[in-house]
Design a protein around this ligand. Sequence first.
Ligand code: ZN
Length: 284
Amino acid sequence: MSWIDPNFPKMATPSDLVGRVLGLNPGMMTASGTNTYLVGRRDPVLIDTGAGVPEYVPLFGEYLGHRGWTRPSRIILTHRHRDHLGGVAHLREKFPGLSVAKMIWKDTDLPEGTEDLRDGQVVTGDGATLVPIHTPGHASDHLCYYLPEERALFSGDLILNGSTTVIPEEDGDLALYMDSLRRVQALDLRRIYPAHGEVIEDPAGKIQEYIDHRMLREKQILETLGGGAATIPAIVKIIYAEVPEKLHAMAGQSVHSHLKKLLKDGRVSEETIPNAPSRWTLLG
Ligand SMILES: [Zn+2]
């Protein structure tokens, strides 16, 4: 996809309190790769670890050296997806005893000894405070981290720079996702450090854009249903007419996430049909 930028910097220092090392895992779902952030003046807290690409740890070491640091104080994760926690094992080989924390929620396969971290349970770094904010929708265990010193948010996969977030079929929930966007909208942020893409300098605009985008999709889906399309493939064919067909399955997931939300809102009904796509009807 066009949002893989080959010139995206592998290391950066976007502020006095924040350093960034790229996970080196470019892809359709990860853009240039996952951003991992080092937060604090010394003994930095590491947010996320990339996908476990072997070249990441040497690059990480290089960045530490460049800052005059020897190791991170601890690891905290935004959520369980592989491109965020996949680097934990390599980092722990290099830095024995490094602790790992995340919100433990419906998890089955976590690194040994992962500690539970909950909404509001403040993580203190050197000159930096990180406040976990439970923000489900993309993943049920998703935490953003608020940095009050900069009125900044480490948004994980809640908000990205360059694309919209996927709401996965299994663990995603669009209604919760919208609630999460509104929750971080209320923080009156100055900056967003996303897990994928460059720093977002206009948080209010970006969050509103994300909300508007979903509202527009919802409107389109309601209109398409009103026009007689009754199944997800039929809806996708109309709304995503300009998108290559190989991406229609992914688009179908997105439409389904909207329909599940509309079902919850009492605006549509679903008739399941064996061995065929469900039929959806507009109510009222
Ligand atoms: Zn994710």
